[in-house]
Design a protein around this ligand. Sequence first.
Ligand SMILES: Cc1cc2nc3c(=O)[nH]c(=O)nc-3n(C[C@H](O)[C@H](O)[C@H](O)COP(=O)(O)O)c2cc1C
Length: 367
Amino acid sequence: MPKPVDILFTPCAIGDLKLKNRIVMAPMTRSFSPGHKPGEEVAAYYRRRAEGGVGLILSEGVHPNTVTADGTPDVPEIATNEAKAAWKKVADGVREAGGRMGLQLWHEGPYRNPAKSRHPEVPSWSASGVKVPGKPLWPAMSEAEIETAIEEFVAAAVATKEAGFDCAEFHGAHSYLIDSFFWSETNQRTDKWGGDWKGRTRFAAEIVRRTRAKVGAGFPLLIRLSQWKQQDFAAVAAATPQELEKWLTPLVEAGIDAFHCSQRRFWEPAFGGSDLNFAGWARKLTGKPAISVGSVGLSGEFTAAYSGEISAPASLDRLVEMMERGDFDLIAVGRALLQDPDWAEKIRAGRTQELKAFSRDALATLY
Ligand SMILES: Cc1cc2nc3c(=O)[nH]c(=O)nc-3n(C[C@H](O)[C@H](O)[C@H](O)COP(=O)(O)O)c2cc1C
């Protein structure tokens, strides 16, 4: 028999933030913000997902500064008063629709494309100046640049709170600036910002610690992490649960409230000998709420299993089972929600025959 989906629609909390259900809209860059400010169409796009029943919306990646973070046209920022005012309208719209929303703060670091940025003359920032391990493209970040980058993240998180959002997420995944410090292949530093896990985690922990001091205890701070890297989808940054603990513990001590564990398929185990996925391990090791993600609702199998036809690893049954077992607290949904703003409500009401399959054409519109 298919499992009822009730667990997805039970309330949940991240720190002081109360959420009506456990469905999170995954952060997705859309590049629909000319002038680096979200306009009315962007506000309506997020509001529609709140109206469609998503409990927590995480924004597309938002640049924390105007010079080194940006290498993708029409991606929004939060570092100017104009951008902050524009984001306030987005936050207000989501609130009015009964949703909760956080900004994802994204410094593109070594994956910034200077040629597409407003400052092509400025070298890209990363821990050791490498994008492809072993082939430095730029100087390693100086102590002063590291200090500037930390303060810009802190200021962006403070601006996020001031703009009326419910939380902020630091993008520490997918090989961008923060992740370039985490991964030993891209962090070859021998000073206090490199070396062992403690050194490689220091940059992120410092951002979290200083932000916490500014925003207070009641404003949840999330961090997104990934074992996989853009340079290598098969990369495993922490090879064992013991290593993962060394990665996560300094972030907990610095004041992080939840881990958003990016993987490409939610049902895949993180380590041998256990079927816990990446988020499952983060929760087990830290006791903090964990968000999982990865190919939810993308295949026919996902809802076919829900209707009792088959039981497959990618199925809604499997997701429900993992969440009922308490593996992780929340599930982020990316492409299925990009395609269909009413995805959450359709799942809740069992209207699975109305779900729309993801098509790449959806990327061209903001519906
Ligand atoms: C168009 C698109 C843009 C994305 N942009 C971001 C981003 O800005 N930040 C981020 O952390 N992940 C980004 N991702 C990854 C998603 O958040 C998510 O982890 C991924 O799509 C897997 O979830 P899904 O299988 O439900 O789509 C993006 C994914 C897509 C499809």
